[in-house]
Design a protein around this ligand. Structure first.
Ligand SMILES: Nc1ncnc2c1ncn2[C@@H]1O[C@H](COP(=O)(O)OP(=O)(O)O)[C@@H](O)[C@H]1O
Ligand SMILES: [Mg+2]
Length: 337
C-alpha cells in the first residue's frame, strides 16, 4: 500500500454513512424516514444525533444495527464499516457483527434483557464470541457489573432483570453492551426513561467506559445537555434529513441552521429566565409521506424566502468542520431571491 493510501485508510472514519434513503411502506403511502443521510463516526469518538421526535433518529440507529422492521426499505445509500458495506454483506455475517463489533443500548432496558433468564446467563451468553471458560466469562461479567456501579455484583448477578430498578437495569444493559468491547456502541435515548440524577450518572459512566474501551459511540438523544456533556460531534436531524453537523463546540456555539438555533433556544437547560411554560418551536414536524420540494423546515422558519419553497437546500460549509443545509448560507444568493 502506498504511504498516501495508508494515511487515507488509517484516517478513515470507522463508520461512513453515505446518501442513505429509507422508506416505510404504510397503508397511507410511503413514509420517507431518511433522506440522503450522510454521516461519519470517527474512531474513538462520540457522535450525537439530536432532533425532535419523529425526525428519524431511531430509524438511523436501527438501520446501522440492521434491526429494521419488515416494512422498511432502504432505497439508496451505503453504510461502510471497517471497509464493508453493512447493507450488502450476507445476513449471517451481519448477525455475527451484532454483539461483537456492534453493540446497542435501547431506551427501555427490557428490550434488550430476557425477563425469564438470570442476568448471569445472559451476560455469559453475550460473550459467545470471546475466548475463555464459563467461569472466566462469569468473572468478567461480575467485574463489568462492578464497573457500572451495581452493588454486590457477586450475588446480584444471579438475579432476574425484574429484581433490578429501572436505573440498575440500564446499567446492566450498558455492562452487557460493553462487555464484548465493541468497535461501535449505538445508544438510542439510553437515559430518557431515567430521572435527572440517574441520567447524569449514566452519562458519566458511558463517557468513562467509552474512553477506557476506546470504542466509538452513536448517541441518540433529544436531551441537548447530555449531548453537550458526552459527544465530540453532533448531527442535527429534521424530518429525516441531517440538516447540520459539526463538532459539539461549533454546533452549540455557532449554529448555522435556523432549526439548530430553534432547538437550542427551546432547550430547558439553556433558558436564562425562569418560566412556567417551556418554549417550543412553533408549528409541527412535516408529513413525511410523498416526495419533497424545497426546504422541509420553511413553514416553521422565520427567515424563509422564495427559494426555500422551490429548491431543495444543498450542503454549505460553515467552518473547517461544520456543514449545514440552508439557502441562507449561500454566499452567492441574490438579495431578491
Ligand atoms: N415501522 C414503521 N412503520 C412506519 N413508519 C415508521 C416506522 N418506524 C418509524 N416510522 C416513522 O418514521 C419517522 C421517524 O421515526 P423515528 O426514527 O422513530 O424518529 P425519532 O427516533 O427521531 O423520534 C416517523 O414519522 C415515524 O412515524
Ligand atoms: Mg426515537
Amino acid at each position: 500500500m502506498r504511504r498516501d493510501d495508508l494515511i487515507r485508510y488509517t484516517c478513515r472514519p470507522l463508520l461512513e454513512i453515505r446518501g442513505l434513503n429509507l422508506e416505510f411502506g404504510t397503508p397511507r403511502g410511503r413514509v420517507h424516514a431518511l433522506r440522503n443521510v450522510s454521516l461519519d463516526v470517527p474512531a474513538a469518538q462520540v457522535v450525537g444525533i439530536v432532533g425532535e421526535s419523529g425526525s428519524g433518529k431511531s430509524t438511523l440507529a436501527y438501520t446501522v444495527m440492521g434491526l429494521l422492521s419488515e416494512n422498511a426499505d432502504v432505497t439508496a445509500g451505503s453504510i461502510l464499516f471497517e471497509g464493508k458495506d453493512l447493507l450488502k454483506i450476507p445476513t449471517q455475517e451481519r448477525r455475527s457483527l451484532l454483539g461483537d463489533r456492534l453493540s446497542m443500548i435501547f431506551q427501555d432496558p427490557m428490550t434488550a434483557l430476557n425477563p425469564v433468564r438470570t442476568v448471569e446467563s445472559q451476560m455469559i451468553d453475550i460473550q459467545h464470541h470471546e475466548q475463555g471458560s464459563r467461569s472466566e466469562k462469569r468473572a468478567r461479567a461480575i467485574e463489568m457489573l462492578h464497573r457500572v456501579g451495581i452493588p454486590d455484583p457477586q450475588s446480584r448477578i444471579g438475579a432476574y432483570p425484574h429484581h433490578f430498578s429501572g436505573g440498575m437495569r440500564q446499567r446492566v444493559c450498558i455492562a452487557m453492551a460493553l462487555l464484548v468491547k465493541p468497535a461501535i456502541l449505538v445508544a438510542d435515548e439510553p437515559t430518557t426513561a431515567l430521572d435527572a440524577t440517574l441520567e447524569v450518572q449514566i452519562i458519566h459512566l458511558l463517557k468513562d467506559l467509552q474512553k477506557e474501551i476506546g470504542c466509538s459511540v452513536l448517541f441518540v438523544s433529544h436531551h441537548l445537555g447530555a449531548v453537550a456533556e458526552l459527544c465530540d460531534r453532533v448531527a442535527v436531524m429534521y424530518a429525516g434529513e441531517v440538516v447540520e453537523q459539526g463538532s459539539v463546540r461549533d454546533i452549540f456555539h455557532n449554529p448555522g441552521h435556523p432549526y439548530t438555533r430553534a432547538l437550542l433556544e427551546c432547550d430547558p437547560g439553556r433558558l436564562k429566565k425562569s418560566t412556567r411554560t417551556l418554549p417550543t418551536i412553533p408549528g409541527e414536524v412535516p408529513n413525511l409521506l410523498g416526495s419533497k420540494q424545497g426546504c422541509l423546515f420553511r413553514s416553521r422558519c422565520g427567515q424563509a424566502f422564495n427559494r426555500c419553497v422551490q429548491d431543495n437546500p444543498v450542503e454549505y460549509r460553515i467552518g473547517v468542520d461544520q456543514v449545514a443545509q440552508c439557502h441562507l448560507l449561500d454566499q452567492g444568493r441574490s438579495a431578491s431571491a
